[in-house]
Design a protein around this ligand. Structure first.
Ligand SMILES: Nc1ncnc2c1ncn2[C@@H]1O[C@H](COP(=O)(O)OP(=O)(O)OP(=O)(O)O)[C@@H](O)[C@H]1O
Ligand SMILES: [Mg+2]
Length: 220
């Protein structure tokens, strides 16, 4: 008879207090009548959105609907219709094949990139499904999915108050997705995230925008 392995609860994620989260604007980013154009093609028009402080904002839409373009448009800080508070510090995870070229252990590598304590970093890594053995594994030996999880962990442990995630669940197993949901919910800053995974999105997002036929609609 097969036995179902109990899911071992990892310690709660607690981000250390930091003044970086003290933004004074209630809406650190807003876009008024924005438009995204690539090679004379209009990808999105009439973009009117507000991104309130401390919320999780989701972006959904079919392949090619403009999700990645919208995230880049915001992060670029180069369009005058995108108003970004000067105190916003972005950290981002984009769709990419992550491969780490270092002999450093997972924990050492993360420590190099973060001001957080080893304990705080280890809790985040464990919530993403890394074991004690993984913590001492050289990062150049990590599997594809593990490298993706490292890239996600780095996004959260680097200095930031505004996180952008482009389809973060794509290579993750169900346990890592649950862990990521916990990490996002504990993060004291603002999160803008695109995803095709509606269950994940419904679990984490306070506000959801849908991109359809070149326009943006608020659906939650
Ligand atoms: N540099 C570029 N040159 C030409 N067209 C582009 C460029 N970047 C994006 N596009 C086009 O813009 C549209 C939106 O692309 P985008 O990558 O933002 O979609 P997406 O919603 O992120 O899709 P996916 O779900 O596949 O990630 C697509 O039709 C794409 O082909
Ligand atoms: Mg995309």
């Amino acid at each position: 008879m097969s036995e179902i392995q109990p899911f071992i609860e990892e310690p709660e994620v607690v981000f250390p207090n930091s003044t970086i989260f003290d933004l004074y604007k209630k809406v650190p980013i807003y876009i008024t009548d924005g438009m995204i154009k690539i090679n004379n093609n209009i990808i999105l028009s009439d973009i009117n959105i507000q991104i309130p402080l401390g919320k999780v904002i989701g972006i959904v839409g079919k392949n090619g609907s403009g999700k990645t373009s919208l995230l880049n448009y915001i992060m670029d800080r180069s369009s005058e219709e995108v108003i970004i508070s000067s105190k916003v510090v972005f950290s981002s995870y984009m769709q990419f094949d992550y491969d780490f070229d270092s002999e450093k252990s997972l924990l050492q590598y993360c420590q190099m990139e973060s001001e957080y304590s080893l304990d705080s970093i280890a809790i985040i890594l464990k919530n993403l499904g890394f074991t004690e053995t993984h913590l001492i594994t050289p990062v150049n030996k990590l599997s594809g999915g593990e490298s993706t999880k490292l890239a996600l962990a780095l996004t959260f442990i680097r200095k930031s108050n505004f996180i952008i995630l482009d389809e973060p669940t794509n290579f993750l197993d169900v346990f890592a997705i649950k862990g990521l949901e916990k990490i996002i919910s504990s993060y004291p800053g603002t999160v803008l995230v695109s995803s095709h995974d509606r269950i994940f999105m419904d679990n984490i997002a306070d506000i959801i925008y849908s991109l359809e036929q070149g326009k943006i609609f608020q659906i939650k």
